[in-house]
Design a protein around this ligand. Sequence first.
Ligand code: SF4
Length: 538
Amino acid sequence: MKEMSEKTGIVDTLEERQPYITRKQEKGQEIPLACDNNSLAGAISQRACVYSGARVVLNPVTDAVHLVHGPIGCAGYTWDIRGAKSSGVETNRSSFSTDMKEIDVVFGGEKKLSNAIDELAGIYRPPVIFVYSTCIVGIIGDDLEAVCKTASKKHNIPVIPVKSEGFKGNKSDGYKAACNALKQLIKRPEKKTVEKKPEIRSESKKPDIKHSKIEKMEIKKPKINILGDFNVAGDVWLVKPLFEKMGIEVIVSMTGDSTAESISRAAEADLNLVQCSGSMTYLAKWMQQEYGIPYQTVSFFGIEDISIALRKTAEYFGSEEMKKKAEKILEAETNRIMPEISRVRESIKGKKAAIYMGGPAKALTLIKGFAELGMEVVIIGTQTGKKEDYEQISYSVRDGTVIVDDANPLELADLLVKQKADLMVAGVKERFIAYKLGVAFCDFNHDRVVEFEGFDGFVNFAKEVDASINSPVWKAVRQRTLNPEPLEPKKTMVESGQEKATIKEEVSEKPYSKKCKGLAPKPEFLHSGQDAVVESEV
Ligand code: SF4
């Protein structure tokens, strides 16, 4: 009972949502947070559906045709929601849909799908076609696998069904569906036989330098894959050169700036570096079992995490020369960017950040990034975190930080106010929650047009945080919220007589506040640094 009343105090929400919001726990304590469940009906989760999860992972494959089998609305998740850049072909910027109508729902959509594949294969001649299933396809039971198999034989290319019916689970299930599709593209390397499946090695264990792979590496150029980097705004292009300078070849980044051909060679790698663990750990584990390729979880955001990524990789390959090269890069790059980072630190001193991410890996790396900028994190949440992720998050933040799973907009708004956040870092759906409250915002997800990874990316991030926090616009927003102007006179159609209608000007006598009661943020939503006292209800 005591626990419940404490939780109620964090944020005013539905009773069933209360177990999903808690505060930081001490190291070693189990975190009392419910997570990794399907979203609560009626709670208006920020999460997207299974299909969307699959689409965000696969859509950056640049030369693939992405065909959505379903009503046109589902196809709205296009390149625009993951502006992944390409260094070559850009077939992925076009979005295709079978545009299922009522008649297809009644009589089945297989023929329509088959015709759409034929048409697209003829026009684009792509090396691969991904066919996404949506809710209605799952309901009517179109046999996607059979249609894709037939089309694959006919066109002599992989036509891969992505089993991503929207209702089948949550966004994480979509990640898994995407990984299952990628598995079908990865080819077993020639002359590389895995006689005995290697034991799955925990990444925390030291690499076995007697491993046969290492012996091969001494005579071959070391090769890695980057899993879970989507080249948003060109991120990968700031990361790959760091490894190349260390003498390592990056075969493919999955899926940012990837092609069907580069993905097919992924099993030639000696090591997988997993950045987005939520979406790609499943694939990394499969590659370890299937091809004996170990994986390590890394991040390319922030000075500390980039340093860890480079050092861990050099350590794995066990080459002294590579270690020296890594240290040289780190020293030179850190010295180069520190003057700008120091300037920003001064400018945003004492400010508080809220983090709300799709996956836990990004949330964790952001905690470190903010520490490097001298900012404190007061709210942290994700859409798809698991118990162990939240425990790690909990141990990494300061006392009093609120941790939330699968939040809805009202909870986030309430938290921003109660925790006195100065900046929210999240994705496109959270942007307007912050804007309406006059809280600075930084898009860390799909819509951004500036790179945040690598050393220059971290400088970009720092500058964006600084510009947003110190923008004069927030003062104006808060003032407007405190002193809302009366509504514009409203024109109403009034029935009069048989034929004519007259227009009557209606000016609400009730203040704006009363009309919006319960919908608009309350004045206490305006927090630190506010320059006015509010008495009326907004
Ligand atoms: S797959 Fe289902 S939940 Fe997802 S966008 Fe389409 S209809 Fe909506």
